[in-house]
Design a protein around this ligand. Structure first.
Ligand SMILES: [Fe+2]
Ligand SMILES: [Fe+2]
Length: 268
């Protein structure tokens, strides 16, 4: 099921399949007949539509948030992130099927993939309401790098994807919501608020299973997190951090502050 999603190129088709598989997974769980988790051979990179054109981040045109074109560019970038997130959540299931995990691990990532699929469609609906669509602009080419780098390392995957990249989403989304509030675009505000609320859960799942695996292997989670982020994430973490939402997601300051290029401000 996961590989089927990963090998579907079109965004609307990919997310429809993702919703259908998530529904089947949870229906089976509810009926007490869990779908067995096997092993699979996921592609190194998921299938992608012909458009958007993928560019090096430095070549993606800068956004001017004050204009409608700038707001389209922001939503286009978010749609691209959400599509990658759908694949990332199915990929962790397919890639690490050989690692014995409790069923809750798969529940969490199936639920996350289902939510990312909704996020992609919500943002695409907003783009279409503004006369644009996903694929109309170029997008970031480096989004899958973290997945490739951590394809053999489940702890590395958890550290970098939910606990660094998705946590970064918690830092930047309130500012984005502000931009669309100012523009009076209530459709985009509602979509971004849904995304913001549900992303806390994805970071929390990352932190939960990272701690679970460290506990199982008798490792110090904080030290291992620092080691793995330095190994797989290229560059420092960027403050300001959303400390409140990060705490809600089970990500304490001594995990991320030592990896930042600044020291924490003293607030007391
Ligand atoms: Fe999302
Ligand atoms: Fe997410």
């Amino acid at each position: 099921m996961a590989v089927e999603v990963l090998t579907t190129a079109d965004g609307r088709e990919k997310t429809a399949l993702s919703h259908a598989h998530a529904a089947a997974w949870f229906a089976a769980r509810k009926a007490g007949k869990s779908i067995e988790v096997g092993t699979a051979d996921p592609p190194l990179r998921p299938a992608r539509p012909e458009k958007p054109e993928l560019l090096h981040p430095r070549d993606v045109p800068k956004r001017k948030p004050g204009s409608p074109q700038g707001r389209i560019a922001i939503l286009h970038a978010v749609a691209h992130i959400e599509l990658n997130a759908v694949d990332l959540h199915w990929d962790i299931i397919a890639r690490f099927g050989h690692v014995p995990m409790p069923p809750g691990f798969h529940d969490d990532w199936v639920k996350s993939a289902d939510e990312e699929s909704k996020h992609f469609n919500l943002v695409c609906d907003c783009l279409e309401a503004m006369g644009s669509h996903y694929g109309a602009l170029p997008a970031h080419a480096g989004m899958w790098r973290a997945a490739e780098d951590t394809r053999d390392d489940i702890l590395g995957r958890l550290a970098v994807v939910p606990m660094v990249l998705e946590a970064r989403g918690l830092d930047v989304t309130p500012g984005m919501i502000g931009i669309f509030e100012k523009a009076g675009d209530t459709g985009a505000v509602d979509a971004l608020k849904t995304i913001y609320a549900e992303e806390v859960g994805h970071v929390a799942y990352g932190s939960k299973w990272f701690h679970f695996l460290c506990g199982r292997e008798n490792l110090d989670p904080k030290d291992v997190f620092h080691e793995l982020v330095q190994k797989y994430f290229h560059g420092p973490l960027k403050p300001p951090f959303n400390e409140e939402k990060r705490a809600e997601a089970g990500l304490p300051p001594d995990f991320y502050w030592p990896l930042a290029d600044e020291t924490p401000p003293r607030t007391v």
